[in-house]
Design a binder for this molecule. Structure first.
Ligand code: AQP
Length: 354
């Protein structure tokens, strides 16, 4: 592997309906990261997906669809490593070791589990509860230095850092004895930011845009047709005031703030620049401009996704190639971790037992 100064890892769950929030908060930024001096790994996190029930046939299709979205958005599978999590066994292996490092009290504070488990907590899967530990393993199996994610993942990234820190402290003697210096795992930096770090529902500016929202009108799916995108934006909830000229004027106006943020992220400009152009405009002027921009940005991606998903053999080949390259890196990490923890490893030079 070429020597890069950064190692970037991120993942997306194949749980259906990839939406504008996933695109602007994550996938679009994955593409931008390719321009940095970084080895990028982009993972379809299918083991995370099964923390809630998935129909097996649908899941297979969704894994290929997320992969197609990565490629259609501009991720180059020759430069970046594109793969699905379940093909690289080191994720699960490291998660088990991290289960023995992470503390119950840390997981009890995770707000995403509370939101997803809801009132029926006793009936949630253990996997859903343990999700953040597997996520730490995803990232640290590659000793990733940077993780681009949406704002909703901030708390999980903090847990990843806590696990790395505790592992480095608990095993400091062994880490040094095995020649890894003072710290084996890095303090991974979350890359959260820009105008679309948290894209909100089109129907309710207090809720994030989400795959699991029962209302399809709450989100723009990456596979929506142009007419559907325009219609969803036209019907998006707003107030009756014109857009302000200054950012401060968006305070207490979550729906207006959301649409301005979406426009800014799609156009690659700041919220301030959007308001410079549209300050004083009514939504009857702004919404059609936003719809045109959204269609121009998303229609080519949807078209390319349709072309790619028609050839599942090609997608599977991309995933297999990526999994092989990912496993080469993750296996080195796991060998070192097993030595540090004190496991006896199968040596390649071992003589056969007579
Ligand atoms: N609304 C959002 N705004 C900005 N970023 C978002 N992301 C998700 N929703 C938004 C980011 O997309 C990446 C992949 O997310 P995921 O599929 O792994 O999981 P999620 O965050 O649980 O996505 P959803 O759509 O909200 O699914 P459900 O409805 O199942 O909970 C992550 O980087 C995430 O931050």
């Amino acid at each position: 592997m070429a020597a890069f100064t950064e190692l970037v890892f991120s993942g997306v769950q194949p749980t259906g309906n990839l939406h504008l929030g996933n695109y602007l908060g994550a996938v679009k930024r994955f593409v931008e990261m390719q321009e940095r001096d970084a080895q990028c790994l982009y993972c379809v996190v299918d083991m995370h997906a099964i923390t809630v029930w998935q129909d097996p046939e649908a899941l297979r299709g969704q894994i290929r669809e997320v992969t197609a979205a990565f490629l259609a958005a501009g991720i180059d599978p020759k430069r970046a490593i594109v793969f699905n999590q379940s093909q690289v066994p080191q994720h699960a292996e490291l998660a088990w070791i991290f289960n023995c490092v992470a503390r119950l009290g840390w997981l009890n504070r995770m707000t995403q589990f509370k939101e997803k488990a809801g009132k029926d907590r006793e009936n949630a899967s253990i996997g859903l509860y343990d999700y953040p530990v597997l996520m730490a393993a995803d990232i640290l199996a590659y000793r990733a230095t940077h993780v681009p994610v949406g704002e909703d993942q901030k708390q999980h990234l903090e847990l990843t850092r806590d696990i790395a820190q505790k592992f480095n402290t608990d095993f400091s003697g062994s880490i040094a004895a095995h020649g890894h210096g003072e710290a084996f795992f890095p303090m991974t930096e979350p890359l959260i930011g820009g105008p679309a770090a948290r894209v909100m529902s089109l129907r309710d500016g207090s809720k994030k845009m989400s795959k699991s929202d029962p209302s399809d009108n709450a989100r723009i799916n990456l596979t929506d047709e142009a007419d559907t995108i325009a219609q969803k934006i036209r019907r998006a909830k707003t107030d009756s005031e014109p857009l302000p000229s200054e950012i401060a004027g968006l305070k207490e106006r979550p729906e207006a703030d959301n649409l301005v943020g979406i426009y800014a992220a799609l156009a690659g400009i700041t919220r301030e620049e959007v308001l410079r152009d549209f300050g004083g405009a009514q939504f009857s002027t702004f919404k059609p401009a936003l719809a045109d921009l959204a269609v121009a940005s998303l229609a080519p991606i949807a078209g390319e996704m349709r072309r790619l998903t028609a050839d599942p053999g090609h997608i599977d080949a991309v995933l297999a190639d990526g999994a092989g390259r990912a496993e080469t890196i993750a296996a080195q990490t796991l060998d070192a971790v097993k030595d540090i923890v004190g496991f006896v490893r199968r040596s390649p030079n071992l003589q056969a037992v007579r």
